[in-house]
Design a protein around this ligand. Sequence first.
Ligand SMILES: [Zn+2]
Length: 336
Amino acid sequence: MSDGLTPEAALEQAALAGIHRLAIPTPFAVGRVNCYLLDDEPLTLVDTGPNSGKALDELQRALGERGHSIDDLELVIVTHQHIDHLGLVEIVVEHSGAEVAALGIAAERLANFDEDAEADDRFAVELMLRNGIPEEVTAALRSVSRSFRGWGSHVAVTRPLADGEEMEFGDRALRALHRPGHSPSDTVFWDERRQILIAADHLLPHISSNPLISRPLDGSSERTQALVTYIESMKKTREMPIEIVLPGHGDPVTDHVALIDERLAMHERRKEKIHTLIAERPRSGYELAQAIWGNVAVTQAFLTLSEVIGHADLLLNEGRVREADDGGVVRYEAVA
Ligand SMILES: [Zn+2]
């Protein structure tokens, strides 16, 4: 465990190990996305950034600074299904002929981007309506989501990975570990020898990785308990002897145990707050989100609803609340 390693020193240490952060711009609120170049055999890029000319230019320039070009890439690793991370994959593969590695159980999902984006939107709209979000808000969000789709892309996975599978490189081995929660396909890559974890959005330094409610990878319509799953994943990562976490946004994390403990405590506090609100009177997911976040519950309706439902799932599993469902809007009520 490294105490006191600054983010700059951590980036330097990663660079000495041949892992270079390339921070690529996105049009999203999250800001830049971190792609990582593994200067190894095969020459590998972990995530590509979104599908835009600006991202492509900056990726090309960042690779150039390292003495490479997109055409040289031999392998692209996709960490998860979100468009800020994978939008450029198709273009990178067209230029380079690189292989594409990703979690095997996500391959079908990644291949059918357009159909799945439609299905995701339908799923989200139904979930929002069932949880009391007004129709005009869901319609507005749906058109925002449509307008974002151009930054995505479908991805043909040529190298499907199993959970726990080790990938051999000239100068390293990386173990692919499935860590669902933030998205169903989140995969982290573990360099055990150097104790470096390439974590994408599984762990982020400044913002908690929103466990977004998602359709399961198998295509079934039953929603997953994203926060419950995410907490399980974080607890697994907590036990690893990691020195440096290289995240998908922001600076490296050099004390993952403290960060994970902070996140777990925050979710615990939020869960209790939501329980208190439900104990006052039965409330829908939307009413809970409004009570906590005010107008943000409108502008970020799906995000805040995901948060509320995630914590309500914890309370449901503990037997402290139940869902009152009369076929219309679902309300949570406290179990006496
Ligand atoms: Zn993400």
